[in-house]
Structure formats: C-alpha cells, structure tokens
Design a protein around this ligand. Structure first.
Ligand code: PMP
Length: 304
C-alpha cells in the first residue's frame, strides 16, 4: 500500500505517496486517539464526483469534537483536499481516506503538547465485500465480540481506536468461514457489522437498530431517504438476534460495503437465501444515485 506512485495530501501539501510518512513516536499510533472518514468518489456522466462529501467532513469534525481534538483546518480546506487527491491521482472512482491524528511532539496520556496532523489519501477500491456478494449476498455470523458500550468508547465518533473491536469481530468471522460479523450491543441487541449498519425487512417494512452504539452511517441515512421516496416504511428500534433469523430480507449499508445483501446468518437462510426484492430495489437505486443517474439530490455529489 505504501510503495506506489501517487500523491497524498498531508498537512496542507501534496506529498509523493512514498514520502507521506510519520515518526514511530506518532502519538495516535500508540494510543489510538485519532479520527478518520471513509468516503467514496464515483464515476458520473459529469466526471468523478464525491458522494455526500459535506456530510462525511461534518462527521469528521464531530468525531474530533467528541474526542476533544482541534482540527487545524476548516471544512472547506479538507473538502478541497479530498477533491484534489482524487483529481491529482487521476482517479475516476475512488475510496478516500481522511484522517486526523496526534503527532510525535510528545508522549503520555496528558496529550497537551501535541499537534493535530491531517492526511487525505485516495485509491481505487472495488466492491468491499466482493462483486459476487453484492449480487448474491453474504453469509455472516453473530460475533462473540460485543459492540462498544456507549460510555466506554464514544460510538458516535469514527475514532481510530474503536476499530480494534471491529477488526477482532471481522477476523473471527473470516476465520470461521463467514464474510462478515454482526455485533450485538452490551444488552444483547443487534447493533451493526464491523463496518456497516444493518437493516432487516419483514412484511414490506424495514427495521434498523436505533443509533445507540452504532455509527451514524451516511449510507444508512441515504437508504432511509430512498425508502421514503419509494414509500417504504423504516422503523428504528431495538432488534433481537432471532428477529434477524426470521426476517424476509437483510442487508448491510456502508460507504465501503454500499448496499450488500445478507443471505445467511448463523447458518440460517434469510428469506429465500438470496438477495431479496426490496434489497435489490434499494441497491439499484443507491447505485443510480451515487453514479449520478438520478435527478434527485444533485447536492449529494461534489464534482472533483
Ligand atoms: N458502522 C461502522 C462501525 C462503520 O465503520 C461504518 C463505515 N464508516 C458504518 C457503520 C457505515 O457508515 P457509512 O455509511 O457512513 O460509511
């Protein structure tokens, strides 16, 4: 990943990819206190465009605010940096990774003498959970790892350290032969995937966990808006594991995962055991939206 051509935006400058380095005493590397985003740009008829850029940048600033971290740039600069890395790396579609982290100016938990550094990289990244899985759905298992408690790590923040939990859950699922993990919260209710929000469908109504310890996903919000436009009802509520087992359909949403059908949970087929019709409808609408093939919500696409 580090050894390639290209440019990365680092602290206000475009730096050659191989030279975008940081010291081993980088504070965030030691304690995990940093914030980041995962954003996508898509090929549209007008050229590459970043999907819901402002919302992602707002979430980055909110994450930093939650952690008490002061980002030394304004939103417009970081938005411009994201457009610039896509354009300067000549990408017509991309995954974009902005991150703000504490530097190597000092060590220890007091962290009162540290600078906040910011980087933005972009690269080509296809379907996160696999092209085939986007069509046919994935097999998942309920994780033995519990999603964070809301008062242990701050779940509304997309914070680096939070992802230790996600990685352990995903690696366990992969080791056991599944494609993804489904994490329950500390009370045992369904919360989210390692990097995705979850929806189930039953009798034509969509259900998704209300946001307690789940990340406030931008794809989740997008899907809820699309449901509204299709006249589909979405209910946010506590969901139990066995409700997922008997759902007609289930799917994950996320910037990386987009809309990924779930065809099996803990060895039990969901509905027909393939991508369900409502999932398929929402998935195709989502792809039309991000690729600029719909007239609605032009404000969601920022041309680079
Ligand atoms: N939950 C977690 C834990 C995530 O990491 C992500 C990916 N950012 C999501 C949900 C989905 O969020 P979004 O749709 O904004 O990518």
């Amino acid at each position: 990943m580090a050894d390639r051509d290209g440019l990365i935006w680092l602290d206000g400058e475009m730096v050659p990819w191989r030279e975008a380095k940081t010291h081993v005493l980088t504070h965030t590397l030691h304690y995990g206190m940093g914030v980041f985003e995962g954003v996508r740009a898509y090929k549209t008829p007008q050229g590459a465009a970043i999907f819901r850029l402002e919302e992602h940048t707002d979430r980055l600033f909110n994450s930093a605010h939650i952690l008490g971290m002061n980002i030394p740039w304004d939103r417009e600069t970081l938005n411009r940096a994201q457009r610039d890395v896509v354009r300067e790396n000549q990408l017509d579609s991309a995954y974009i990774r902005p991150m703000c982290f504490y530097g190597a100016e000092g060590m220890g938990l007091r962290a009162d003498n540290l600078d906040v550094h910011c980087m933005v990289a972009a690269w080509s990244w296809g379907a996160y959970l696999g092209e085939d899985n986007i069509r046919n759905g994935i097999r998942i298992k309920v994780s033995s790892f519990t999603r964070h408690h809301v008062n242990i790590t701050m779940c509304r923040a997309k914070a680096n350290g939070n992802y230790m939990n996600s990685m352990m859950a995903l690696q366990e699922a992969l080791r056991d032969g599944y494609d993804e993990a489904l994490l329950l919260d500390t009370s045992g209710y369904v919360m989210e995937g390692s990097g995705e929000n979850v929806f189930i469908v039953r009798d034509g109504v969509l259900y998704t966990p209300d946001l307690t310890s789940a990340l406030d996903g931008i794809t989740r919000r997008t899907v809820m808006t699309l449901c509204d436009e299709l006249g589909l009802k979405v209910v946010e509520k506590r969901i139990t594991r066995d409700e997922v087992y008997i759902a007609d359909e289930a799917f994950f949403t996320g910037t990386a995962a987009e809309v990924t059908p779930i065809r099996e949970v803990d060895g039990r087929a969901i509905g027909s055991g393939t991508r369900g019709p409502i999932t398929e409808r929402l998935q195709s609408l989502y792809f039309d939206q991000v690729h600029g093939r719909r007239d609605q919500h032009p404000e969601w696409l920022s041309l680079v």
